[in-house]
Ligand binder design. Structure first.
Ligand SMILES: [Zn+2]
Length: 65
């Protein structure tokens, strides 16, 4: 299993030992609890520009509704 260290785009905290393969690139900051996609995965998954910080599930649903 591959573990990665990913720096939080919001607060700069280094989140160590994350299993990004399990979460398909998503990580939760251990300090500020924001959920974001690791930049290396974001580049792999999308060709278009997307915000690194994702909205909470309920907010996304509200936007789509
Ligand atoms: Zn953070």
């Amino acid at each position: 299993m591959k573990r990665s260290n990913v720096r939080c785009p919001v607060c700069g905290q280094l989140n160590e030992g994350l299993d990004l393969e399990e979460t398909e690139g998503w990580a939760e900051c251990c300090k500020c609890k924001v959920v974001f996609m690791a930049p290396s995965y974001a580049r792999q998954s999308f060709n278009q520009k997307l915000p690194l910080v994702n909205l909470p599930d309920h907010a996304v649903k509200a936007v789509k509704a």
